[in-house]
Each structure stands twice: as C-alpha cells, then as structure tokens.
Design a protein around this ligand. Structure first.
Ligand code: AQP
Length: 349
C-alpha cells in the first residue's frame, strides 16, 4: 500500500487501495455558530463527509488569541461540540475533536514558525483587524494564528479546506509555507486547495450588509445563531437593514437585499434567480418575513438536537476522545516525517 493509502486507511479504519481526498476544517468556540459560519463552512462540512475523509475540530487553541474567561471558554467548547453534532457532523463519518487534545498541532506550528517570515504574518488582514479591535492585547498568538492554521491543515495532508472567503488569505499563506518547505526539504506536505462556496462565501451582517456576519459582533441584531429560537430569528430578520427602492434583486447597489437573497437561496436550495422571480413584485416586509421563516425552519431541528447532545456530556467525551486518538495517530506520521526532514534526532525505527 502506498504511503498515501496508509493515511486514508487510518482515517476510515478500512483498507482501500486509492487514497480518498482529505477534507479538514475548524471553527473557533466563541459565541455560537452563526448563520455566516453555517452557510460559509459548517453546512458544507456536512455535505462533504460522505465523499471525503473528513476531519473537523474545535479550534480552542486559536480561541486563546483573545482574552477569555477560562470557565466560559470551557463551556463554549462543549457547546460548540454539541452544535457541530447537531449541524450534522457525524462521528461515524468524520473525525471530530478538540484541537488542544492533539499536541501535534502546536508542535508542527513551531517548526512552521521557523519557516515563515514575520513580514508574511504581519501582513494578514485578520491580524491587522484583530489588532485594531484588541489594541490592549496584541499578543504573539494573534500574529501566529495563520501559522497554527497552516499546521492544522498540513498535519493531515489535507487536499481541501472548506472555508468562507475571510479565510482565503490564511489559506494562501498555508500553501506558500507548504511549497517553501517542500522546496527546501523535499516533498513532505500536500499543498491544499481552498473550497470556497460559490453562494454564501461571505454572509453579511443583518445590520450592516457591507460587513461580514461575525459571531463576535457586539450588536446581536447583526447575526443569528443556529440555536436561536424562532421568535428571535423572526425579529432579527424583520429588523434587517435593506436598501433604497423596492425591487428584490441581487445587485451591487443593493447589498442588503442581495445578502437576504443569498441566505434564502442557501436555506431553501433554490437559486438566487429563482428567489428573485418568486419575490418579484413583493414588498420588502413580505420578503424579509419569508427569509426569516426559511432560516427558522432550517435551524429548528438543529436547536432541538443541540439540546439533546449538550445534555449528554458522556457522549461528547466519548466522541471527542475517539476523534482525538484518530487525529493524533494520523498527525504523528506527518510530524515524524517533518522532524526527520529538518534534522531532529529520532531513535524510532
Ligand atoms: N460571515 C461569514 N460568511 C461565510 N463564512 C463565514 N465564516 C465566518 N464568518 C462567515 C467561516 O466560518 C468558519 C469558522 O470561522 P471561525 O470560527 O474560524 O472564525 P471567523 O472566520 O473569525 O468567524 P467569525 O464568526 O467572524 O468569528 P469571530 O467573530 O470569533 O472572529 C471559517 O471557515 C470562516 O471562513
């Protein structure tokens, strides 16, 4: 069996001759999973797990780049795990785990740090934005975030990384680091491709349709969560900021309506053009109610499943432990290879 085949086998725990493509992605346990995270990332994870060897993790180490109350972080981590299960990440199909339970993430990040330039990391838009937002805490972790993300991806020889458009720059850096390492030390890493959805790669705030919907937005009317109740979702959509005029069309000068059409399209599986036709001649009020109803209908079963999973801490622990063990087994191979390539001594055969 080829080396590639071994990786595949470890993930699936079954023998196949061809290596299936590997998909990996993570989410920071801050706030709750928003409609933006769901549309841009998590809903695609659910769809991909049937066709790929999939690994998904709670990026708890990434979450430390911003100051958090320890008890709150712990609670968020458990809540996010339950939310991912409720969103359809199936532990029978995917490896699901907490990033901090697999120390290889941090170990590889250190080696990659030594192969990344300060200029590259300090140029990242997210670093600049978060530095401005947290001016009292511009820590090394904030700048190092994309290098840890590169380690997350490269550790598992990931082919595809499903992310929203905001992570595109980080993904490009991960590719640059992989190519540089391969050129210097010989073929080691798979150079990953981004999987950025055609519709919904950047869901915007309901209050500012020119800004990304973000779970750390202090204005709760800007976002909705996958575990939010129906009446609250409906209120937020009724209050959603729209544009001048009364046409329901996706156009550059209509960011509010375009954002709502994209959301409706992803929630219902209809195309944006179909949605435009459906609401031609309707008022903004009717349209906003329909979008809210589509979102509430999609999220209702997620909210119910979430409550069930969160109440079963033993199940979460069982899934998370098994996931971390599998992930650690796969990661150990890449890490051993990397250590050997850079010249660290090993007594293992
Ligand atoms: N508005 C969005 N539209 C589409 N995709 C999005 N993602 C985030 N916001 C949107 C995608 O969700 C995944 C998980 O994101 P993350 O937790 O790693 O952090 P983030 O990108 O920084 O998301 P937030 O919501 O803005 O978090 P905070 O407020 O904590 O910084 C990623 O794949 C991301 O692309």
């Amino acid at each position: 069996m080829t080396e590639k085949g071994v990786y595949m086998t470890e993930i699936n725990d079954k023998v196949q001759n061809e290596r299936k493509k590997v998909v990996l992605s993570g989410i920071q346990p801050t706030g709750t999973i928003t409609l933006g995270n769901y549309v841009g990332a998590v809903s695609n994870w659910g769809k991909m797990q049937d066709d790929y060897d999939s690994l998904f993790f709670i990026a708890d180490l990434h979450a430390l780049t911003v100051r958090r109350e320890p008890a709150e972080l712990r609670q968020m981590c458990m809540s996010f795990f339950a939310q991912l299960l409720a969103c359809g990440i199936d532990p029978e199909k995917s490896v699901l785990y907490f990033q901090s339970h697999v120390p290889a993430h941090s170990e590889l990040a250190w080696i990659l740090n030594c192969n990344t330039y300060v200029g590259e990391a300090s140029r990242m838009t997210q670093f600049k934005d978060k530095s401005a937002k947290h001016a009292d805490n511009i820590n090394m972790g904030l700048m190092d975030y994309p290098v840890l993300m590169a380690a997350d991806i490269l550790l598992f020889r990931s082919d595809l990384v499903p992310v929203g458009i905001d992570q595109k720059q980080h993904l490009e850096l991960a590719r640059d680091i992989a190519i540089r390492f391969n050129n210097r030390y010989g073929d080691t890493f798979v150079v990953p491709e981004g999987y950025i959805p055609k519709t919904g790669a950047k869901v915007c705030s309901l209050q500012d349709p020119t800004a990304k919907m973000s779970k750390s937005d202090p204005d709760p009317n800007g976002w909705v969560s996958v575990i939010e109740d129906e009446s609250s979702i409906m209120k937020k959509f009724k209050r959603a900021v729209t544009d001048s005029g009364n046409e329901i069309v996706a156009r550059e000068d209509k960011p509010g309506i375009t954002n709502l059409l994209v959301i409706y399209s992803v929630m219902t599986g209809k195309t944006v053009e179909e949605a435009e036709r459906e609401f031609a001649g309707c008022g903004y009020g009717t349209f906003k109610t329909a979008v809210g109803e589509a979102v509430a209908a999609k999220f209702k079963p997620i909210r119910e499943e979430y409550a069930r999973y969160l109440a079963d801490k033993a199940y979460i622990a069982e899934v998370a432990k098994a996931g971390a063990e599998k992930a650690a087994r796969i990661a150990a191979r890449t890490l051993a290879k990397v250590k050997r390539k850079v010249g660290l001594v090993s007594f293992d055969k």
